[in-house]
Design a protein. Sequence first.
Length: 431
Amino acid sequence: MQDLVVVGAGPYGLSIASHAAAAGLQPRVFGRPMAAWRDGMPPGMFLKSEPWASNLSDPKGEYGLAAYAATQGVQARHGVPLPVGFFASYGLWFAERAAPPVEDRTVTAVRPRAGGGFEVTVDEADAGGAETVLARTVVLAVGVRPFADIPDPLRALPPDRVSHSVDHADLTRFKGMDVTVVGAGQAALETATLLAEQGTVVRVVARSDRLNWNTLPPPLERPLGEAARTPHTGLGAGWTNWLYARTPGLFHRLPASTRARVFTSALGPAGAWWLRERFERTVEVKLGESVTAAAPANGRLRLDLVSGGGSVNTALTDHVIAATGFTPGLDRTGVLDERLRRSLRTVGASGAPETDGAFETSHPGLFVAGLLSAPSFGPSMRFVFGATYTAGRVVRGVRRRLGTGPRHPRPGETRETYPVGSTQTNWRERF
């Protein structure tokens, strides 16, 4: 039986695997490495986060983005965006050097075993059947793709008429077409810009009355007074962002209703500073309007757009791309056994699993990372930046669940070690 199975091989899965291997756990890791970055982002996109805030995590900190950039003769500079393809290549480089081998296979089911632990069903690499892997602990690091949101009026449309922004590694299929992008965040604005720059007729529809744009980040080296007023963080400058970035453990202690509310409202949609000029000179925008209905019309789509004042406009288009974010609900984690899924405690009405300080859910041995943990630990878990906070803590929690971790609490912590298969979960632990 495996000590640990990691489901997912993106920044969080690879970081956790790196820490687990260093701790001697020999995990099995399943998934397509850096899949979201390789398969869901077209050429021409750039990282929105700063290079120094985009590191995957290994225990010694030897395999950061700057180290990879140096091997390519590139300098990862503050205030200079990097192509997402470069970041995907960095993730693959990290996987080869800092993590155990990744099995590029799909996990199709995770079920609890009667005596403790899990049965993990994995498709065979050569499509010859399925393998069942027995595991004492499982980490779900499944990324964002399972949680993609498409507005209700668009869900019944076929894939050739509506898609999500995360579905596209190549936008050239839309050349010569008319495309409507729904949303007001970076994904919407950058997708629309790339479409317009290749000659696609494109418009952005956003229910907000204005678009928000991030400003050029201040220099890393600044007078002390300026740095104190707006400290740098991996989520952007400012004290609110500092709290989200530096204190996920404090966020975890807030009431569930407060955490769920902050998760849905913090760090709202905004475009990157370097995109604004390109966007504004090429893309039509319809602000303060929402898509309330969509139907085929003479080989195209007819969209009903309703303003905040109640007036109705229509638009004809060939395809709609929903860049409308992600909702980390357990009902969307299709790999989880249904009874297990329904048994998990959730963060208020968010539908995301409640966890302890080591990212362990209310089912012993089942851990979550990345977007699924954001309603528990805050907005930083929506970004690569959160992987550094997550990885070591998850592995400490796994070791404690296996009975191999530290038994003596650190200052401010209450630690207990339970045997594998125990029905107890340490809900008193604080990190």
